[in-house]
Design a protein around this ligand. Sequence first.
Ligand SMILES: Nc1nc2c(ncn2[C@@H]2O[C@H](COP(=O)(O)OP(=O)(O)OP(=O)(O)O)[C@@H](O)[C@H]2O)c(=O)[nH]1
Length: 338
Amino acid sequence: MPTKAAQVRASGSPVYVIAGFLGSGKTTLLKRALAHELERGIKPAVLMNEFGEVDVDGALLHDHPRSNDIELQSLLSGCICCDLSGAFTEKVGHLLKKTQGAPLFVETTGLADTGQVVVGIEKALAQHSARARLASVIVMVDAPRFLKLGAYWPAADDHLKQADTVVLNKLDQIDDRQAALVERRVRSVNPAARIVRAIHADVPIDRLLERPAGRRVAQIVTGTIKESTAGYRSGSFKILRPFEPDRLGRWLRRYQRSVVRLKGYVRVQGRQGMQEVQWVMGSLSIAPYQGVKQSQAKIVVIGRRVAWQRFLEGLERCLVWPRRRVVRRRPAGKRVSQ
Ligand SMILES: Nc1nc2c(ncn2[C@@H]2O[C@H](COP(=O)(O)OP(=O)(O)OP(=O)(O)O)[C@@H](O)[C@H]2O)c(=O)[nH]1
């Protein structure tokens, strides 16, 4: 019978993202997950990202009694979701080569755009490893401070929407009624996520590292829709991948009567840099974006009687997805002509 470690190798490296706002308990959870893996004889890999120049959390792991069994890399002075994205793809690739099937944990900075981090991981997996997979996105929530978080960090909801599991942490600092309020709020933002309650990130790690059934790869169009006047509604959305322009044109033509306006700056397959997209009642134009430098693609859509969920799902299908590298094995002793 294969050992547990061998089973892990057979199915390729699972990659776990541990995200959450500053101080929510990401490193506390990471340490628990590492201890759990090491106990089972598995040597995990870690990619830490710190916004500052000092690798405080990385240093804590270097001091770990079994630090020699942990493959650790850090990315400092920036965020893997934007300014370090190239280095991030490279480091993920490098670590996946070393892990040989053991899990890779990616701890983001507390300010990272989790959606972009997920896109970066998918890109790295497509480039470097046909067998590794994004297993799960775990978002830590500092429960006592969560209801006030929106004031500090307007992107908090977008980030929660990416989670497969949300850990409501620091429950020793609030009572049951407050915990229930936080849970209800989290549930309203991401009804599909599994929610786990914790103190000092003490969660059943086995269950946490299970691959959730039917993981949505990433929510790549995120945003909110608001009621406007005269029956119109408007939505603002972040777009995490480049558009395939012909597909976008075909999809929008279906909405000639209901989507009256769409504009923004996006990335487009085959074109360098950000592009300005303009749709005015049936007419689409795409041209190089001349405005102030933007790192995040965004659009605004205005429409009436639009089935928004369907519209957004269709919009996601107009985006370009990374291609998996296919490893073809040659049968021994035979040349394969392609
Ligand atoms: N009271 C209490 N403190 C906690 C809990 N979980 C973590 N902490 C403490 O909160 C502080 C921050 O925890 P970390 O795990 O470092 O948080 P982090 O999200 O990694 O922090 P950054 O990397 O700076 O964003 C530490 O002092 C932890 O010991 C908890 O459930 N209750």
